[in-house]
Design a protein around this ligand. Structure first.
Ligand SMILES: [Zn+2]
Length: 325
């Protein structure tokens, strides 16, 4: 019932934004209200990041700073679904999807955390990091690509990344003082990465970076199958101009359609601030029999996530074009 109400609300909000944008003198408020309504209680972190305090410039090509104290980022690894394990930090997520033929690792954290949280985390969970066959890197920012070289060099894992993000790595002068991952598999739109009994579908969602990858894959919750929509890039730290926002907006719509088409009922991300991963994992530990899985939020809530990112991008794009003063 809750989901039905959510859908009706989302439709109503969509209608009111369209009208407010056309008729009201204050479309900024209309966009913001629509984004807030879409976020609900599920995506407040995403809302704050992209609607309230958007980051507005790409990071410079500089060497990573010193590693922060371990206590600021370390958290326990966890089994989240029958075949999906969290091996991330308090801030960034990395996910191990187990298959009949080994592991597909999704994202690799900052370099300073990767050995400890991913390699150590897998071992703590009774998984062998040597069985990681594929590493899908959602995009080539330091907080997700940091452990890619380690997985490639130490375990011979194949790396999959968007072509423009492989190019970003090639062009970088300063960001990889300990060496770059070697260019490997270039992701294509709709590509199926199959390992044993499991397939991950890649959706190219340029915007956050030119080669950002989002994913669709299935997991099992005590044997019950469900589908995950994995959003690979969220914040607006790209050149803030209309063409870049248009690209980002188109990708949010594309991924929303892919998630709906796959009947995805879980939304996952690579930052805990966007999908509340660390909090949900704590909730999961206290889950009682018969209670819903905290990540299984329903297809309408998944749709609302992409409505938040799209609407906030529309707002930022509108502000670029609005007359100043
Ligand atoms: Zn990023």
């Amino acid at each position: 019932m809750k989901c039905v109400v959510g859908t009706a609300l989302a439709v109503a909000i969509g209608w009111s934004v369209t009208n407010a944008t056309a008729q009201s003198k204050n479309p900024v408020d209309a966009y913001l209200e629509a984004a807030k309504a879409a976020a609900g209680f599920d995506f407040t972190g995403t809302l704050v990041r992209v609607c309230v305090a958007p980051q507005t410039a790409p990071g410079a090509d500089v060497a990573p700073g010193p590693a922060p104290d371990r206590a600021t980022w370390a958290t326990d690894p966890a089994k989240v679904f029958d075949n999906l394990y969290f091996v991330g930090t308090k801030i960034h997520s990395a996910w191990a999807l187990t298959t009949s033929e080994g592991i597909i690792l999704i994202d690799t954290l900052y370099e300073y955390a990767s050995d400890d949280a991913i390699v150590g985390g897998l071992r703590k969970l009774g998984l062998d990091p040597g069985t990681v066959k594929y590493v899908i890197v959602s995009h080539a920012h330091g907080d997700h690509v940091g452990g890619a070289k380690l997985m490639q060099d130490r375990f011979g894992a194949r790396l999959i990344m968007g072509g423009p993000d492989w190019d970003m790595i090639d062009k970088s002068v300063n960001q990889y003082p300990n060496g770059k991952p070697k260019r490997d598999i270039v992701a294509t739109d709709g590509q199926k990465v199959t390992l044993g009994d499991t397939t991950v579908t890649i959706i190219l969602t340029p915007g956050h970076t030119p080669g950002t990858l989002s994913l669709i894959f299935d997991v099992k919750d005590n044997g019950k199958p469900l589908t995950v929509a994995y959003s690979g890039g969220t914040a607006f730290n790209f050149p803030n101009d209309v063409p870049h926002f248009d690209t980002y907006i188109e990708s949010q719509r594309k991924m929303a359609a892919a998630a709906a088409g796959a009947n995805a009922t879980a939304l996952m991300s690579n930052h805990s601030e966007f999908d509340n991963a660390v909090t949900k994992i704590k909730t999961l530990a206290a889950r009682k029999p018969g209670e819903p899985h905290p990540f299984d939020i329903g297809r309408d809530a998944v749709a609302r996530y992409f409505k938040v990112t799209e609407t906030c991008a529309q707002l930022a794009r509108f502000k670029l074009q609005a007359p100043k003063g």
